[in-house]
Design a binder for this molecule. Structure first.
Ligand code: NAD
Length: 355
C-alpha cells in the first residue's frame, strides 16, 4: 500500500482530531507541523518527536516534501496556506469554511486546477452514518419528490463565560461566526443528502453576545454573528429552512435534519446517530421492518453501516491511493461559500439573493 506523508499547516484543536484519525489509517504518517505559535509547536514535537516543526509553511513544505497538507489554521489563512501547499506539489485537505470570501474560494480552486492536485473540504458530517442512511432513503425514492427541509445546528459553547474570546469572534480572522462555522455544514449536508441545488437565499444573522473576555480578562468586541436563520429555495422549487446558533443554552452539538417529500418524511440528528426516524408512504419494500403508524425510529441496518467509509481521513487516503470515491471537493466548498455570500447580500439588500 502506497505510504502517504502529510503536514498540518496550523496546528490547534482540529489538527489534534486529524492526527488521531489519520493514525487509524494504514501507512499514513505525519511528518511536520507549522503554526504561528512556537510554544504550540513544541508540544506537537513532544507528541511526534520524528516530525519537523516550523513557523514558516514554505520552509516546512520544502524540508518534508509531503504528499498532502491539511489546512487547520483560522479561516483567514486558508487561502495562503492552500496555495503554498499546492505550489509545493501537495494535495490539500482544507478545513471549512473554505475561505473568507467567495473570491478567495474561487482563487483556491484556480490554483488547485493549475497544480492538478486533489482539493477536499472537511465536511465531516458526510461520514456520519445516519446522514448517509438518510441519503440512501432519499435516493431510493422513499420520500417521493422532495418538497421541504428543516435543518438546525445549535450549540451553546460560545455563550458560556468560561469560553474566552478567540479568533472565532473576530470577523477579520474568521469571516463569519455561526453561519460560517456551522451554517456551511448544514448547507452541505442538505445538498449531500437530497442532491438538491440551491437557487436563492434570504436570511438574517445577529450577534447576541456583544463582548467577551479574552484569556487575559480584557473585554473584547464580538464582531462575528452568533446565530443565523435563513431560507434556501432549491432549483426544484423545494424550500429549506435553516437555523444555527453558537449561544443557545442547553445545546451541546445538536445537528438536526428533517426532510419531507410527497410520500414521506425522515429525521436524523447528530446526537442519535444509530437510528433515523421515518414515516414513508407505500414503498417500504427495501428495509422492511418499519412500523409506519408511529413514525418509528429505525436502527441503521448493520449491512448498510458496514459498507460506509468511517471518516474524512479514510476517504482522503483512499482517494489519494487512486480509488474512484465520492468526496467533498473544492467545488462543494465553493457552493457553501456562494450561500454565505448570498446571506450577506440578502442582509444588505433586505431581499432574496441569487446563488
Ligand atoms: N470540520 C469541522 O467540523 C471543524 C471543527 C472544528 C474546527 N474546524 C475548522 O478548523 C480550523 C481551525 O480551527 P481550530 O478549532 O483548530 O482552531 P484553534 O484555535 O484550536 O487552532 C488554530 C491554530 O492555528 C494557528 N494559527 C493562527 N494563525 C495562523 C496562521 N496564519 N498560519 C498557521 N497557523 C495559524 C493557531 O496558533 C492555532 O494553533 C477553522 O477553519 C475551523 O473552522 C472545522
Amino acid at each position: 500500500m502506497k505510504p502517504l506523508r502529510y503536514v498540518c499547516l496550523g496546528a490547534g484543536g482540529i489538527a489534534t482530531q486529524h492526527t488521531s484519525k489519520f493514525a487509524e489509517e494504514p501507512n499514513v504518517s505525519v511528518v511536520g507541523f507549522q503554526d504561528v505559535s512556537p510554544k504550540g509547536l513544541q508540544s506537537w514535537k513532544q507528541k511526534f518527536p520524528a516530525a519537523e516543526i516550523d513557523t514558516d509553511p514554505v520552509a516546512l513544505l520544502t524540508k518534508t516534501k509531503p504528499d498532502f497538507a491539511i489546512i487547520c489554521s483560522p479561516n483567514i489563512a486558508h487561502i495562503d496556506l492552500t496555495k503554498k501547499a499546492l505550489a509545493a506539489g501537495c494535495h490539500v485537505l482544507c478545513e471549512k469554511p473554505m475561505a473568507m470570501t467567495l473570491d478567495e474560494a474561487l482563487d483556491m480552486e484556480k490554483a488547485r486546477r493549475k497544480a492538478n492536485k486533489f482539493g477536499f473540504i472537511n465536511f465531516s458530517y458526510r461520514y456520519f452514518t445516519a446522514f448517509r442512511f438518510a441519503r440512501e432513503i432519499v435516493r431510493l425514492g422513499e420520500l417521493g419528490r422532495i418538497q421541504r427541509m428543516n435543518i438546525s445546528y445549535l450549540q451553546s459553547f460560545l455563550g458560556a463565560e468560561a469560553t474566552p474570546y478567540t479568533w472565532r469572534n473576530d470577523v477579520t480572522l474568521a469571516g463569519f461566526g455561526a453561519m460560517g462555522d456551522l451554517g456551511v455544514h448544514m448547507i452541505d449536508a442538505a445538498s449531500y443528502i437530497t442532491d438538491e441545488k440551491p437557487l436563492r437565499l434570504v436570511g438574517v444573522a445577529q450577534t447576541l453576545i456583544p463582548t467577551k473576555k479574552d484569556i487575559k480578562g480584557k473585554q473584547q468586541k464580538v464582531t462575528t454573528d452568533t446565530n443565523a436563520s435563513f431560507l434556501i429555495q432549491y432549483e426544484s422549487g423545494a424550500i429549506g429552512t435553516f437555523e444555527t446558533s453558537q449561544v443557545i443554552p442547553g445545546y451541546g452539538n445538536n445537528f438536526h435534519i428533517e426532510i419531507s417529500g410527497d410520500r414521506g418524511v425522515l429525521r436524523v440528528c447528530s446526537e442519535t446517530g444509530d437510528h433515523i426516524s421515518l414515516y414513508a408512504g407505500k414503498s417500504l419494500s427495501f428495509y422492511d421492518t418499519w412500523n409506519i403508524e408511529n413514525f418509528p425510529q429505525i436502527s441503521i441496518p448493520s449491512g448498510f453501516k458496514n459498507r460506509q467509509p468511517k471518516s474524512t481521513q479514510e476517504v482522503f487516503a483512499r482517494l489519494l491511493r487512486g480509488e474512484k470515491i465520492e468526496y467533498p471537493s473544492f467545488d462543494d466548498g465553493i457552493l457553501a461559500q456562494r450561500c454565505l455570500n448570498g446571506l450577506l447580500d440578502s442582509m444588505k439588500d433586505k431581499a432574496w439573493a441569487n446563488i
